[in-house]
Design a protein around this ligand. Sequence first.
Ligand SMILES: [Zn+2]
Length: 93
Amino acid sequence: MTVVRLQRHAPEANNVQVCAVCGTTDGNSVTDHVQVGPPGTPTHDEGVCETCGAVLHRVVDRYGQQLTMLVNEAQNQPSDREITTPTRPPVQP
Ligand SMILES: [Zn+2]
């Protein structure tokens, strides 16, 4: 089971220089501690900035603790297989 455990305003994040989520290198903004993976043996154990921590916090507040999140990018461009209009014949000089 993968668990995301977020500790807001964690003292141990004080000496972390990079947010693991957005990549900001403003060490002063890294305030939170996130652990991702099986409880007790996290696969990821890293710092998160105030902004990213707040977003994660709000997502859980809004949708609940029992989250399984799947993220997909919307398709905004047709793929080659979906373009069905015939190509124009070459223009004759
Ligand atoms: Zn961040």
